[in-house]
Design a protein around this ligand. Structure first.
Ligand SMILES: NC(=O)C1=CN([C@@H]2O[C@H](COP(=O)(O)OP(=O)(O)OC[C@H]3O[C@@H](n4cnc5c(N)ncnc54)[C@H](OP(=O)(O)O)[C@@H]3O)[C@@H](O)[C@H]2O)C=CC1
Ligand SMILES: O=C(CO)COP(=O)(O)O
Length: 339
């Protein structure tokens, strides 16, 4: 029995994987009518339209009941809700639990990764935290289309247990990667680049601009990541370039879609109000901007996006100012290693 906290797109899609793998799943959400829909109709139309959910998924609105006797919890709420949800979880459990973190972001102001927030909030009530990340749109996972992700943890035995839980030999393939920092930083920062890629698409620029953003975006992801202690090679893997590709090139991506609307001239508040789902890249842009300043790491795309999102800079001038920068070498400061 596994509990999945957060009945949005990703929590529900991962509940399907777990149910397909033979597990009973308690899917916890905060709205009674949504849990009734899951239990009576076996659907979650708002987040995964036209998908029939396996009957092994049972919706719970009562967190105490959802967590009764549970040892493994998948945490699938937006990053801004994580502290609040964990503070409630802590009071509901009697023994330490393993938490699988599947949310992607960095916290503004504290600059903590999600696994660090989980450790801080759970204290002694935490057995292990395992991060699951990679190129994986919920919409495609729920259709059982072939998908690959990676898991990482400070305790790789725990990561392997979670690999076994999620991996199946039909459509969901799970790799391990011991580089916890790289896995989390890649998954968080790719959302910034996806917003930027959406903007250039919205402005009507073509494939050259998008390839430039993705490549130079990956360079700045690796630059900050390696300064934080990540292995630069992780950025060439599923949780780096893999997730960057899927997020920058897919209409499923909420970050790309939000960027696309900004590129077409819509205001940020209207874009977010109309999305109806989380756009993590906005909050992560603030965190990465602050972190890059603090650590003196050059992140031109992140800085340009920060100006668009938080200083009202017009999108076209943000792209123009990126192109107007002084000359540099492609490999300069690419990673915190000597080349
Ligand atoms: N969607 C995807 O394909 C993927 C998403 N992710 C990551 O997973 C995380 C969750 O994203 P996703 O599922 O897509 O988001 P959605 O916007 O689809 O769903 C968010 C869910 O979280 C719930 N929620 C929000 N705030 C709270 C709260 N305070 N307490 C309890 N529940 C809350 C919402 O409930 P309600 O409906 O009641 O508002 C909703 O069920 C994000 O960090 C995202 O980056 C990672 C990989 C793939
Ligand atoms: O992380 C994701 C795919 O791997 C989902 O991206 P979006 O949040 O942009 O939809």
């Amino acid at each position: 029995m596994i509990a999945v906290l957060g009945a949005g797109s990703w929590g529900t899609a991962l509940a399907i994987v777990l149910a397909d793998n033979g597990h009973d799943v308690r899917l916890w959400g905060q709205r009674q009518e949504q849990m009734d829909e899951i239990n009576e109709k076996h659907t979650n139309e708002k987040y995964l339209p036209n998908i029939h959910l396996p009957e092994a998924i049972v919706g719970y609105v009562d967190l105490v009941k959802a967590l009764e006797g549970i040892e493994t919890v998948v945490l699938a709420v937006p990053t801004k809700a994580i502290r609040d949800v964990l503070q409630r979880v802590r009071t509901c459990i009697e023994r330490p639990i393993t938490i699988v973190s599947v949310s992607k972001g960095i916290e503004p102001d504290t600059h903590k990764r999600i696994s660090e927030i989980i450790e801080e909030e759970m204290g002694e009530r935490l057995q292990d935290v395992v991060v699951l990340s990679g190129p994986s749109h919920a919409e495609e996972v729920s259709l059982r289309h072939p998908t690959t992700v990676a898991v990482s943890s400070k305790n790789m035995d725990a990561a392997e247990r979670i690999q076994d839980l999620f991996m199946n030999h039909q459509y969901f393939r799970v790799y391990t990667n011991p580089d916890l920092i790289g896995v989390e930083i890649g998954g968080a920062l790719k959302n910034i680049i996806a917003l930027a890629a959406g903007i250039t698409d919205g402005l009507g620029y073509g494939d050259n601009a998008k390839a430039a953003l993705m490549t130079r975006g990956l360079a700045e992801m690796a630059r900050l990541g390696s300064r934080l202690g990540a292995n630069p090679l992780t950025f060439a893997g599923l949780t780096g370039i893999g997730d960057l590709i899927v997020t920058c090139t897919s209409v499923h991506s909420r970050n790309w879609r939000a960027g696309n609307m900004l590129g077409k001239g819509y205001a940020l508040d209207d874009v977010l109000a109309n999305m109806g789902m989380v756009v993590e890249g906005v909050r992560t842009t603030k965190a990465a901007y602050q972190l890059a300043k603090k650590m003196n790491v050059d992140m031109p795309i992140t800085n340009a996006l920060y100006d668009v999102l938080f200083n009202g800079k017009d999108v076209k001038s943000a792209v123009d100012s990126l192109m107007a920068r002084g000359k540099t070498s492609e490999l300069e400061d690419l990673a915190n290693i000597s080349l």
